[in-house]
Design a protein around this ligand. Structure first.
Ligand SMILES: [Zn+2]
Length: 194
């Protein structure tokens, strides 16, 4: 980025030793602070090592997705504000960016193996844009489905000796119950002195 040269000469105060001292102290302070700030861990292009730029709120730097909008705007193109004086320029720039990204995407897709393309499709199907609430609902549904799956796939415990014994007792009781029922169904002798 080109920077405009200052139009005016520095003042006497700006050329003073004290000004420089204040400036260098501020820079040292910032350098000491920045070494303790969390760093972006995305793999950088040139050597695939962690990027190391200062991370933003979501743990990535401003280049590697730190500026990706969250909430309702997640995964949606952020068009420039129409009220800004250079709105048209920004809009054209954004449009060109979108087109460039689409071209890159189609090249990447064309180079994929069928297996990779399938995985790519599944990844995007699971990350559809939408309101934050709708996406949370989807997440909950997926979690529930996974829990149900885990529950149904869990092997049933083998019958213990205790439960086998209980089953025997139940079977014996059932036999006895059946025999009593048979007795009750027998025609009752007629008369009071049977
Ligand atoms: Zn980064």
């Amino acid at each position: 980025m080109k920077r405009k040269r200052p139009q005016h000469a520095p003042t006497a105060w700006q050329s003073s030793a004290q000004w420089r001292l204040i400036g260098s102290a501020a820079i040292s302070e910032w350098n000491a602070e920045r070494s303790n700030l969390p760093k972006c861990n995305a793999a950088r292009k040139r050597d695939r090592e962690p990027c190391q730029l200062i991370a933003m709120e979501n743990g990535k730097c401003f280049i590697h997705g730190g500026r990706t909008p969250r909430g309702d705007e997640w995964h949606r193109t952020q068009w420039p504000d129409g009220k800004s004086p250079d709105a048209e320029k920004r809009f054209r720039k954004k449009l060109a960016e979108q087109e460039r990204a689409a071209r890159k995407r189609s090249i990447r897709l064309a180079a994929m193996s069928p297996d990779e393309r399938e995985r790519h499709k599944a990844w995007h199907a699971a990350r559809k844009p939408g309101s934050a609430a709708a996406r949370q609902r989807k997440r909950d549904e997926r979690k529930q489905a996974a829990e149900v799956r885990a529950m149904t796939e869990r092997p049933r415990p083998a019958p213990s000796a205790e439960s086998a014994e209980l089953a025997d007792q139940i079977a014996a009781l059932r036999v006895e119950l059946d025999s009593r029922r048979d007795d009750e169904q027998k025609p009752k002798p007629i008369g009071a002195f049977a």
